[in-house]
Write a new protein. Structure first.
Length: 227
């Protein structure tokens, strides 16, 4: 049986709804949407069902204006998932997904400083501070969240997506890269942190988030990645 999208749980608000647009306007007035525009220019749908991690990273790398230093097609240099073939082979990501430590390695190999945080070693206040800082950075920094969909009442389980903004009342905007499944949506920051606290079977640790910013000096293309 084929599937076409899923309804969001009632406590999560589609960006395009009247309530979602109201939250967007209020968040803009509060300065919580400054990084939304660089991200939305590069909004990307993951190319494979298990490519939420690479898809999120492609969106972040392009929004941060990182030069991949190698061609995509023709003369153009541009990030695509198929170019992120280091740290963990794409065939393995396609089969089993990717963990937060592997995402951090992949980000660093492609030109960004990546600072990761496991939920089990942090708290919702730290997540809020990082989201606000990235949201106010004007595109200089991007936050990618890793969380368990099940904990939010969504279908599926482990997932990554960039955070596009934050509202003063604690709602955060998830720019879900699985656009075939869920639209961009608002949800409570506390709920997101709770979904990050769920264990990842691949690591035995909680999930979490990572903050990305351009490196002062780009890595050499093709160098080995140690993470």
């Amino acid at each position: 049986m084929s599937l076409y999208r899923r309804p969001l749980p009632e406590d999560q608000i589609p960006l395009s709804s009247s309530a979602g647009r109201r939250l967007f306007g209020e968040a803009m007035e509060a300065g919580g949407m400054e990084s939304f525009f660089p991200l939305i220019e590069h909004f990307h749908t993951q190319a494979e069902p298990s490519y939420c991690g690479p898809g999120s990273l492609v969106m972040a790398l392009n929004a941060l204006h990182i030069d991949p230093q190698r061609t995509w097609k023709g003369p153009w240099r541009w990030f695509h998932e198929e170019m992120l073939d280091c740290c963990k082979p794409l065939e393995k990501i396609r089969a089993e997904g990717i963990s937060l430590p592997e995402m951090i390695c992949l980000a660093r190999c492609n030109g960004v400083e990546a600072v990761g945080h496991f939920a089990e070693e942090s708290d919702a206040a730290a997540l809020s501070a990082d989201i606000w800082r990235c949201a106010r950075s004007g595109g200089a920094e991007v936050l990618i969240a890793g969380y368990a969909r099940k904990a939010l009442g969504q279908t599926g389980d482990g997932h990554f997506s960039p955070i596009g903004g934050v509202h003063p009342d604690g709602q955060v905007l998830v720019l879900d890269v699985a656009r075939f499944k869920y639209p961009p949506h608002w949800l409570r920051l506390e709920a997101l942190f709770g979904a990050m606290s769920a264990a990842d079977p691949a690591t035995g640790r909680s999930r979490g988030w990572m903050c990305l910013r351009p490196m002062a000096e780009l890595p050499v293309p093709g160098r080995s990645c140690s993470g």
